[in-house]
Design a protein around this ligand. Structure first.
Ligand SMILES: Cc1ncc(COP(=O)(O)O)c(C=O)c1O
Length: 415
């Protein structure tokens, strides 16, 4: 069957029943509970839901078990990720927690044994790193470099976890190579920075593609959500069971907004990417900037993973840089910005900047930060949809106002 282009899918996915329903916008179902006229039908539906399925005969029972508006967004996102299906959660962290919990069950089903070992590559988002190291999920974690994943995998490894591009250093991990090294062990790729516009990990062999949907998928800084797309039904059922038990569901209004966000996702991602590429170039040439990390700069893509037809079709709109003068100047620099908001999070229509070592990765100890390549003076910039010269003028005037005339520097990229 003819498969439409990604942009067309982004606009139309999860909407195939609209003409039959006689609507032009998705119905928003805010019900927490549903009338159950036929008890036998309701019991059959409950049994299927508890087993990780969808309501039999469409009989929804209770919103924590299934909600049609959330399911509609999940169907749409799965299509864009080339997945079997996807599952939405109350936040990116809830989605990751569910994956780690579900991984135990999937492992036990596959091997008949119990496992709690996870291999992970640093850096990860600070919260994800914290979840792994906190002991909360009773995991045994081995941190590995991307090329050492195969050596770190054991016969009780339940999951390999990578982020690409990674938060906040933009490190690129070769997904095909990690999948090869992992062998039978499922690989989860946190693809938040890339979005399905630029990268589809399931087509590269990953079992799971995870997003903090709070970021680009929502795209306007007003929805907190997480979503994970899976390649096969085993994972989908396992994740649904975890979600039903733990209750970390997404509110239907948030799902409605995310579904709406998908239709403009390709346009937003490409526009912000174009601006980010130009800002990265200008920053890398600026004497007040000592380092720049951006996947579009050749030195930051040593494995040649970025480009048309490659792992990531474009470099995205997140970059990191260091100003000369280190962390003290970085703090002063943040205070002088006018359009660019000093705030955590990313992927919004407006440009945000933040200090990873002090904020998003504060919960990662010094050793973990150093292992992940996070430097004390690093600033992470999430480029939005403002005009490129306005953003550049903002950066340039803040650099100028905080200039230390004694420092003579040159810029370097990804070293
Ligand atoms: C790469 C990445 N993964 C996961 C998360 C967690 O998502 P949330 O804040 O929606 O829980 C974040 C949050 O910043 C992130 O940047």
């Amino acid at each position: 069957m003819y498969r439409a282009q990604f942009e067309t899918e982004a606009v139309h996915s999860g909407r195939s029943d609209f003409r039959r329903l006689g609507v032009h916008a998705p119905p928003l179902d805010l019900s927490t509970t549903y009338p159950l006229e036929d008890l036998d039908e309701a019991i059959a539906s409950i049994d299927e839901l508890v087993a990780g399925g969808t309501p039999l005969g469409g009989q929804a029972v209770y919103s924590r078990l299934h909600n049609p508006t959330v399911a509609r967004f999940e169907e749409a996102l799965a299509k864009l990720e080339s997945g079997e299906d996807s599952l939405a959660f109350a936040s990116g962290m809830a989605a990751l927690t569910a994956c780690l919990l579900a991984a135990r069950g999937v492992f036990e089903t596959r091997t008949g044994r119990r496992g709690r070992h996870v291999v992970a590559v640093r850096p990860l988002y600070g919260g994800s790193d914290h979840l792994l190291t906190s002991g909360l999920l009773d995991l045994d974690v081995t941190w590995a470099r991307p090329g050492d994943v195969g050596r770190a995998v054991r016969d009780d490894t339940i999951l390999v976890l990578v982020e690409t591009p990674a938060n906040p250093t933009l490190q690129l991990v070769d997904v095909v190579d990690v999948v090869r090294q992992a062998g039978e062990v499922p690989v989860l790729v946190d693809s938040t920075f890339a979005t399905p516009v630029l990268q589809r990990p399931l087509t590269l062999g990953a079992a799971l593609s995870l997003h903090s949907a709070t970021k680009f998928l929502g795209g306007h800084g007003d929805v907190l959500a997480g979503v994970v797309a899976a390649r096969d039904e085993v994972w989908i059922r396992a994740l649904r069971q975890v979600r039903l038990i733990t209750g970390a569901v997404l509110h239907p209004l948030a799902a409605y907004l995310l579904h709406r966000g998908l239709s403009t996702l390709p346009v937003r991602v490409r526009a912000a990417q174009q601006t980010a590429a130009e800002l990265a170039r200008r920053l890398a040439e600026n004497d007040n900037v000592s380092r720049v990390w951006y996947p579009g700069l050749p030195a930051c893509d040593p494995l040649a993973l970025v480009g048309e037809g490659l792992q990531m079709s474009g470099p995205g709109s997140i970059l990191a840089f260091e100003v000369t003068g280190g962390a003290p100047r970085a703090a002063r620099f943040l205070r002088h910005l006018r359009w660019i908001t000093p705030a955590v999070s990313l992927g919004s229509t407006d440009t945000l900047i933040q200090h990873p070592a002090g904020l998003t990765h504060r919960v990662v100890d010094e050793e973990g930060q150093a292992e992940g390549g996070i430097t004390p003076a690093m600033l992470r910039l999430s480029v939005g949809l403002e005009e490129v010269n306005d953003l550049w003028l903002d950066l340039a005037q803040a650099l100028d106002l905080t200039r230390d005339r004694r420092l003579v520097a040159h810029s370097a990229v990804c070293v």
